[in-house]
Design a protein around this ligand. Structure first.
Ligand code: ZN
Length: 554
């Protein structure tokens, strides 16, 4: 059975049979019952959502000789002819084929004639946004004074390309994507009717690939039925559509999550050998990371994921190998890569480099330290692991040096690319976290800073009461090279800026030097906002999944 045959077979003959567009059907049937059909309609929406089917049903209904509650009877002379595609008064124009110049001219000449056999002449103009400016003008003149015996139905996937003058003369219906559960049930029903056995995994995969469009779903089902000898499996759907099957993908994800670099490359090569397209592989990876993130963050996440129960369990298992932050970074990084792949002559290399870079950063700092030559940054990391050996406080100045060293060494190993910036940032963040920890843990050092800070504030308040208020909101965090580092929360930006002016700074340094018994300077800076970063991960998740998400309490 050919694709066309299966799709034709399931083309709806009445509004009842139209899938997933209940609101539109209700409005149209209402208009038909009350005989208030407009002269011009615009049906917009993504492909395969039922625009053309609805247009044909409406054309049939307005011509039906025995319409019942807004439904065509499918038995009268007109209905029968329309179902056989031999009805003279429904004229279909495909604006995409030759941009409609001849057709619209023809339309303008013939529109004044009355219907040949029906009650109403219906013009269905598909992909109407493709019309030329000239054709639009001709159409507009017709729409301005439509003859009583004519109905226009314009259909488009890109309503934003249609002139406002046309839009304003049409009653507009936006066709939404068909919800996954409805799509899935419909595919299941068609499959059963065709005598095909379809596994749950295969159904889910087909639904996902249909992307809210019934026509694409039926087309895929048809191809699967043709190439199967009995049961349709997920693997088969994957093979027909060229996507990666679950098991192979899961293996790749596992190696990424486990930080196993050579295994990751091996799995990736395996996928390429299987002839998977890089673009599809990238999409599948993004979807997988998104699913793992959902399962980790959102209550009842499985309701939002198009995957078999088996696959969801696997996603949960593998998801445990990643932090929420890592999953989010993978989604973003792969998303950015997607736009770059289009312009690349070597998309496979770009994806491989991204995987290598991502997996390398999953390994964390310990591997870095053992693999890379001893640079200043690495030494500091080592010191920070054993803080008791290092009595000297570690100041933000050294942290900056360390960050530079980390970045520098990254450039040596792998060429820096903008797409990998996310992962580089992560390394830097980790470096800061690791290296600042000892400051708070080393009690003696912290005690010294706090003692000095308290003595300073006390003296400062008495000696310079006009400068004191700008320093009291700060917090002393470290001493280094006779400099006292004072950190401010962002909400005290004003205090920090005033405190940094020459006059107040000179006052502070004079008193500080007195209290410390040696010349000292002050360095005012903002706090590293660790807590804020955690919150923003959830915000970013909301950005991706929308406001409906409910976070799992942790
Ligand atoms: Zn009829």
């Amino acid at each position: 059975m050919s694709y066309l045959a299966l799709y034709r077979k399931w083309r709806p003959v009445d509004f009842k049979g139209l899938v997933g567009q209940d609101a539109i059907v209700r409005t149209l049937k209402n208009a038909l019952t009350k005989e208030r059909v407009s002269h011009a309609y615009l049906f917009s929406g993504v492909r395969g959502t039922g625009k053309t089917s609805t247009a044909k049903l409406l054309a049939k209904a307005v011509n039906c000789l025995n319409i019942q509650d807004g439904e065509p009877c499918n038995q009268c002379e007109n209905c029968v002819k329309i179902n056989e595609d031999i009805f003279m008064d429904i004229i279909e124009i495909d604006a995409a084929s030759n941009r409609g110049i001849d057709e619209i001219r023809d339309l303008r000449e013939k529109i004044k004639f009355h219907p040949v056999e029906g009650k109403v002449k219906v013009y269905i103009i598909d992909e109407v946004h493709m019309l030329t400016g000239e054709a639009f003008n001709a159409l507009l003149k017709t729409l301005e004074e439509p003859p009583g015996h004519v109905v226009f139905i314009l259909a488009t996937t890109e309503p934003q390309k249609i002139p406002l003058t046309i839009l304003s003369r049409c009653q507009r219906f936006d066709f939404h994507k068909i919800p996954n559960d409805i799509l899935k049930n419909h595919l299941k029903m068609i499959g059963e009717d065709s005598g095909a056995e379809i596994t749950e995994e295969a159904l889910n995969l087909m639904t996902k690939l249909a992307g809210g469009g019934l026509r694409d779903g039926i087309s895929l089902l048809d191809q699967c039925i043709t190439s199967s000898d009995g049961t349709i499996t997920g693997e088969q759907v994957a093979a027909v559509s060229g996507i990666v099957d679950d098991e192979t993908l899961m293996n790749l994800l596992k190696t990424i999550g486990g930080g196993a670099l050579s295994e990751t490359i091996r799995e990736y090569e395996l996928l390429k050998e299987k002839g998977k397209s890089i673009g599809q592989l990238l999409k599948d990876l993004m979807e997988a990371f998104k699913n793992m993130l959902l399962l980790k963050t959102v209550k009842d996440a499985s309701n939002y994921i198009m995957a078999s129960e088996e696959a969801i369990i696997k996603y949960q298992e593998i998801g445990n190998l990643f932090s929420k932050k890592d999953l989010l970074k993978w989604v973003y990084t792969l998303g950015e890569l997607e736009s770059q792949l289009k312009y690349s002559t070597h998309p496979d290399i770009l994806l491989e480099v991204t995987l290598v870079k991502g997996v390398s950063s999953e390994l964390g700092e310990e591997i870095k330290a053992s693999v890379e030559p001893k640079k200043e940054g690495t030494i500091i990391v080592e010191k920070s692991i054993v803080p008791e050996v290092n009595a000297e406080p570690i100041s933000p100045v050294k942290v900056e040096t360390a960050v530079e060293a980390v970045e520098g060494s990254t450039e040596v190993t792998i060429e820096e690319r903008p797409i990998e910036a996310e992962f580089v940032e992560e390394e830097v963040e980790e470096a800061i976290v690791v290296m600042t920890e000892p400051v708070s843990e080393a009690v003696i050092v912290e005690g010294d800073v706090i003692a000095l800070w308290e003595s300073f504030l006390e003296a400062f308040k008495k000696a310079k009461p006009l400068s004191y208020p700008f320093y009291v909101e700060g917090e002393a965090v470290a001493i280094e090279d006779n400099k006292l580092f004072i950190a401010y929360d962002e909400k005290y930006t004003f205090h920090k800026e005033r405190g940094e002016t020459d006059k107040h700074r000179a006052n502070a340094e004079a008193i500080l030097s007195q209290v410390a018994g040696k010349p000292m300077k002050v360095v005012l800076q903002f706090q590293v906002a660790e807590v804020k970063k955690e919150v923003s991960v959830e915000d970013k998740i909301k950005d991706i999944f929308g406001e409906y998400v409910t976070f799992i309490d942790s």
